[in-house]
Design a protein around this ligand. Structure first.
Ligand code: F6P
Length: 358
């Protein structure tokens, strides 16, 4: 008889509940209890837990968000918090912890594992930027939502002969913008991996207009930046946006993991494009719509496979690992590998996207 703690950390993501359900159902086969740790690492600091029964996970497979809540709490910011985490693991008798999260949550998991805590990671993020796995769950749903948005923006852009800039999530990596941009036929895709040159962007869009295509869609990841040589941004940023290291941000405030809140690149671009091209331009920032609602069938299946595999690793006492998708197989990879570097957009894929620019 074991007691497994499960937590969800960082930004929520479609498919979290599918993982939780799979962990509970697979654990039941071994007659193990699963304890839901509330609101990520914060729940382990404060000892906020609830037993997850069959009843708790009934009907949650298609549900977005996470039934146990999430937070961006980093227990390593404070020695006392870490001590509380260790004390609560003992107090609640947790034999293992399944941490479902992105690079921040899993970097905490790795540090705890190094301290002797039996941890398994499950890769979650709509951004798809975790190393060691071909895909994270949640990404497919976000790409589907973004693609539908681009399809819808196309018809209105065409009717009004406008440029529409669509701002998508993607802090360090432009996976959503690249995939949804290809799927939706965007005329420019701007991503953090490739700093953009505004003159180049406008030249591409202008060539469309010269060919008689009087509308354009620009997909931009929130973490995209102008090339350093382009100094025009400082003059044109609206007062509500700050530029930090070339990134356009909403505030300079940082979260527990040192990230500033991004947002505003779409407005910056639209203003510049309108000014330089003299074409009416609009912006749509999709924001948290990309993370909300029901997961796609693909994400439900992937999340379910991850949840079952996480329990199997516990059964084998194979800790310090993250379950990962490689090819069509679920395999264990070291947590260390998962958090060592950001998985940025494959440049071969971006080259394909570029064929359709302008
Ligand atoms: O989870 C990653 C992410 O989707 C980033 O792309 C984005 O910058 C961030 O979450 C925003 O999350 P929140 O507004 O919830 O802090």
């Amino acid at each position: 008889m074991k007691k497994i703690g499960v937590l969800t950390g960082g930004g929520d993501c479609p498919g979290l509940n599918a993982v939780i359900r799979a962990v509970v159902k697979k654990s039941r086969q071994y007659n193990w209890d699963v304890i839901g740790i509330k609101n990520g690492w914060k729940g382990l600091i404060n000892g906020e837990m609830e037993l997850l029964t069959d009843y708790s996970v009934s009907g949650i497979l298609p549900k977005g968000g996470t039934i146990i809540g999430t937070s961006r709490t980093n227990p390593f910011n404070n020695k006392e918090d870490i001590q509380r985490v260790l004390d609560n693991i003992n107090k609640f008798g947790l034999d293992a912890i399944v941490a479902i999260g992105g690079d921040d949550t899993l970097s905490v998991a790795k540090k705890l594992y190094d301290m002797g805590v039996p941890v398994i990671g499950v890769p979650k993020t709509i951004d798809n930027d975790l190393s060691g796995t071909d895909y994270t769950f949640g990404f497919d749903t976000a790409v589907s939502i973004a693609t539908e948005a681009i399809d819808r923006l196309h018809t209105t852009a065409e009717s009004h002969h406008r440029v529409i800039v669509v701002e998508l999530m993607g802090r360090h990596a432009g996976w959503i913008a690249t995939m949804a941009g290809i799927a939706g036929g965007a005329d420019e895709i701007l991503i953090p991996e490739v700093p953009f040159d505004l003159d180049e962007v406008c030249k591409n869009l202008k060539s469309r207009y010269d060919r008689g295509k009087k509308f354009s869609i620009v997909a931009v990841a929130e973490g995209a930046r102008p090339k350093i040589t382009d100094t025009s941004n400082e003059d044109n940023v609206t007062q509500s946006h700050d530029i930090e290291m070339g990134l356009i941000t909403q505030t300079s405030e940082k979260d527990d993991f040192g990230h500033v809140r991004l947002g505003g690149i779409g407005h910056y671009l639209a203003k510049e494009i309108e000014k330089r091209m003299n074409v009416e331009t609009r912006v749509t920032a999709l924001g948290h719509v990309q993370r909300g609602g029901t997961p796609t069938a693909h994400d439900r299946v992937l999340a379910t496979r991850f949840g079952v595999a996480a329990v199997e690793l516990i059964k084998n006492n194979d800790f310090g690992k993250m379950v990962a998708l490689q090819g069509n197989k679920i395999v264990p990879v070291k947590l260390e590998e998962a958090v060592s570097k950001t998985k940025t957009v494959d440049m071969d894929l971006y080259e394909i996207a570029k064929v359709f620019f302008g």
